[in-house]
Design a protein around this ligand. Structure first.
Ligand code: FKS
Ligand code: ZN
Length: 342
């Protein structure tokens, strides 16, 4: 299968992440994508192509225009304000008040940030736009008849909602891709999120939509980021009632349990019979990942890919998380190889 990749991901190279009260080197670093790319090349998966430039129209199908303006302008405003560090929100409008944001960058950060974990830097906007183009390039290959494609997106996207960034995500690459399938004539699309963290952004974007099935396997949000979403009673609303499904799983989860949840999710996808499938592909469920409490093994990712391949659907894989630099390449590419072998 084709891999879409842009070196512009390197333009996001944050130096700080607020973690446990300290500013640390970000887990979500450029080397992640380079490791995955190296493994894609070694494995002979298929050609690696640069993205086409789709512009912002397909991104505006998912995200709020004022939010996009904010992302585009925030770094310039932040530096103009005299701030010396990377842009980190420090104040939020409190719940249950009539708080209103001013135009000040500090107020705007708190309006649009999910958390304080994701510093904004020079080049973040450009990298995020390149990642959306990467996703759209992969989706275009699938829409043109390829059985599958791999969008090597960085930064990731699944925590980004219509007007919210955070959890290392700015633009929701998978949601933009799913919407582009629909706009291109697909009647229904499914998003299967296998990243360790719940895809709260994708869930919220499609929560009231009947034509997009969103299913997520993830660490129990009582214990894991993003904490506020991902429980089994979140099933969609209005026309979208029943088109969201969550599979929260406990610490120590191995492929025995994880694979059962994947099986249940895949059966739901088969029943839904979508015209296209987007897989939010994070491999942070790996046993040695620094941000997860699952215990998946490198070989398990082959089985995961094979099960998804058995669905027989036109499929776009979009990279999300995975933070063990030693294994992120093998684990990610194993899903794709498993899929191709199915
Ligand atoms: C470290 C706390 C880390 C943030 C976790 C974000 C996970 C991001 C991800 C994505 F795919 F989006 F990259 N908290 N002390 O893996 O879901
Ligand atoms: Zn994750």
């Amino acid at each position: 299968m084709l891999t879409a990749y842009s070196p512009d991901h390197r333009r996001r190279d944050a130096q700080t992440e607020l973690s446990d009260g300290c500013l640390v080197a970000p887990f979500e670093c450029p080397e992640r994508a380079e490791q995955v790319l190296a493994r894609v090349r070694e494995s002979g998966l298929g050609p690696v192509v640069p993205p086409r430039a789709f512009g912002l129209d397909p991104v505006r199908r998912i995200h709020d225009p004022a939010f996009l303006d904010f992302l585009e302008q925030v770094w310039a405003e932040w530096t103009a304000s005299g701030a010396e560090g990377e842009a980190i929100p420090s104040i939020w409008p409190p719940r249950g008040t009539d708080a209103r944001a001013t135009g000040t960058v500090t107020a705007r950060l708190g309006t649009y940030a999910l958390g304080a974990d994701t510093s904004i830097t020079d080049g973040t906007w450009e990298a995020a736009c390149a990642a959306a183009d990467v996703a759209l390039t992969g989706a275009a290959a699938v829409a043109a008849g390829d059985r599958a494609a791999f969008a090597l997106c960085r930064p990731p996207g699944h925590h980004a909602a219509r007007d919210l960034y955070g959890g290392y995500c700015f633009l929701n690459n998978a949601a933009v891709a799913a919407q582009t399938f629909l706009d291109g004539g697909a009647g229904r699309a499914a998003v299967l999120d296998v990243d360790f963290h719940h895809g709260n952004g994708t869930q919220s974007i499609f929560y009231d939509r009947a034509e997009v099935l969103f299913l997520s396997l993830h660490g129990d949000p009582d214990l894991a980021f993003p904490y506020y979403w991902g429980r089994t009673d979140e099933t969609g609303v209005g026309r979208g009632d029943g088109a969201t499904g969550n599979y929260p799983l406990p610490p120590g989860t191995t492929y025995g349990t994880w694979g059962e949840a994947l099986e249940a999710a895949c059966r739901r996808i088969a029943d839904f019979a979508p015209d296209a499938l987007v897989v939010s592909l994070g491999v942070d469920g790996y046993k040695d990942d620094p941000l997860s409490f699952f215990a998946l093994e490198t070989e398990d990712y082959l089985r995961c890919g094979a099960r998804i391949g058995k669905l027989g659907l036109p499929t776009l894989f979009a990279l999300e998380g995975g933070y063990d630099l030693e294994t992120i390449g093998d684990n990610t590419v194993n899903v794709l190889l498993g899929f191709e072998g199915a």
